[in-house]
Ligand binder design. Structure first.
Ligand SMILES: Nc1nc2c(ncn2[C@@H]2O[C@H](COP(=O)(O)OP(=O)(O)O)[C@@H](O)[C@H]2O)c(=O)[nH]1
Ligand SMILES: [Mg+2]
Length: 448
């Protein structure tokens, strides 16, 4: 797999993304879907640290055998690649090896198709031994299938004489055999790894702080949220975290609790089926998280279907929302929703059983979200209200010293209504200090 590390390159590594959209749908849905799919492909491209400098949607009627897309479009994009000199052109479609080679020649640039792109991402993100093996397995399977196709194609073209260069028959057979042997070896290793998985997971626990994993679909806004939440007041400079990869960073929660936030690969719509096992393996790290935060694009048309997908895969991995381990649903991109809908979500969002509503873009709801994280990882799951006189500055200072304020608003100009979270022991202190001014909302005795 080629190296596409996040921070290694001095010059930004650039890419042009070409989304190929089959023309079989009605033109209205075509337009909407195509834009969403292009956005997804752009998101995936960014995920391997490439800077996207050009985007195209190519509607495809009938495929051109040599290049998939028609010669007019190939030339148009060639003109662009001559000017921009991207390192990579990502074609969001399945290319045959010959098509890939022809496009690389026409565009004078490396070309990655969708499967290759996803493999790059998985390769970069696979952290566990099992994950790396799964990704290598998928990669070799992909290579082998292309070897076969190249071979048959060349055979047909050259009538068996081998004038055209490219790998000869013997070379291809050798390659196939070597790949086959390596695949068999990986399969055996995977079986071994799976047997000892539980033991390894325990040994792998890397950091002495609770880990919060952001999961969800590609483009839900996980990385934006990750960057926003870790931009201020991180302790990323701690020696410990210098060794963590860029998808994990330390954050300090409002009450002072330290935690690690982890950005994951994300779900991909229409994942090529050979890659499903590799994808699950990259998600395995989620099983080590102390809190799973499911980031959703609340404004996406298929938001509900995506949620079902995510929960299904998590459940196959043995993660059931709220069982054994806390789980928070985050409705992101609320800035794109109607005001009424947004306000309703924000109002409900402070309750521990309701989804948190945020906009990673505008920052709305983020401080409440951090409090929710803290509530979860510290086990401070009792939510209560406290009413103070606005003049009670001393009381208010005490509250902030001893508790986690989830929400604060004034009522009638004289009263301050606070919503807080606490552990049972902390609640006792509050009851001792404030007595009847406290109303418990929920959570006492609940296990999660
Ligand atoms: N309007 C809006 N756009 C957002 C928000 N969060 C993320 N985005 C955009 O959604 C796209 C995908 O975000 P990204 O963080 O890469 O998603 P990821 O694939 O889940 O990591 C980017 O273009 C972001 O700018 C948000 O709260 N509101
Ligand atoms: Mg991301």
């Amino acid at each position: 797999m080629t190296a596409t590390g996040h921070a290694s390159a001095a010059r930004p590594r650039t890419a042009i993304v070409v989304h190929v959209e089959p023309k079989s749908r009605s033109s209205e849905t075509l337009d909407r879907d195509a834009k969403a799919r292009l956005a997804e492909a752009v998101g995936l491209t960014k995920a391997i640290g490439l800077v996207v400098i050009g985007e195209h949607i190519v509607p495809l009627g009938r495929a051109t055998p040599a290049t998939l897309i028609g010669s007019g479009k190939v030339e148009e994009i060639a003109a662009e690649t001559r000017g921009l000199e991207p390192e990579v052109v990502v074609v969001n479609a399945q290319l045959s090896p010959v098509q890939q080679r022809n496009l690389e020649r026409d565009w004078k640039s490396k070309v990655l198709d969708r499967t290759a792109l996803i493999l790059e991402i998985f390769g970069e993100r696979a952290r566990t031994r099992e994950g790396r093996l799964q990704v290598e397995f998928a990669h070799l399977t992909y290579q082998r299938s292309r070897l076969v196709r190249t071979w048959t194609h060349l055979e047909r073209q050259r009538g068996g004489f081998g004038f055209l260069g490219g790998p000869g028959e013997t070379q291809i057979e050798t390659d196939r055999r070597l790949i086959g042997e390596r695949l068999a070896k990986i399969r055996r290793e995977l079986e071994g790894v799976k047997r000892t998985r539980g033991l390894q997971r325990k040994a792998r626990k890397r950091v002495p702080f609770p880990v919060i994993a952001l999961v969800g679909y590609t483009n839900a806004g996980k990385s934006t949220l990750f960057n926003k939440l870790t931009a201020a007041g991180v302790f990323a400079k701690d020696v410990l975290f210098a060794t963590l990869d860029p998808t994990m960073r330390g954050i300090r929660l409002p009450g002072g609790t330290k935690a690690i936030l982890s950005d994951t690969v994300g779900f991909i719509a229409d994942l090529p089926h050979e890659l499903v096992a590799a994808f699950r393996a990259t998600l395995e790290e989620v099983l080590e998280a102390d809190l799973i935060a499911h980031v959703r694009d609340a404004a996406h048309l298929e938001s509900e279907a995506q949620k079902v997908d995510v929960l299904e895969v998590l459940s196959e991995l043995g993660v059931e929302p709220g069982r054994e381990r806390p789980f928070i649903e985050i409705l992101n991109k609320i800035d794109l929703l109607d005001e009424g809908v947004r306000d309703g979500m924000l109002a409900r969002g402070v309750r521990p059983d309701a989804p948190a509503a945020v906009s990673a873009l505008t920052g709305e709801g983020l401080s409440e979200l951090l409090s929710r994280f803290e509530t979860s990882v510290t086990g401070a799951n009792i939510v209560f209200r406290l009413t103070l006189d606005t003049s009670d500055g001393e009381g208010l200072a005490w509250v902030y010293r001893h508790g986690r304020v989830l929400k604060r608003r004034t009522s009638g100009g004289t009263k301050l209504l606070l919503t807080l979270s606490a552990t049972a022991a902390e609640l006792e202190k509050f009851e001792h200090r404030f007595g009847k001014k406290i109303t418990i909302e929920q959570g006492v005795g609940s296990p999660s």
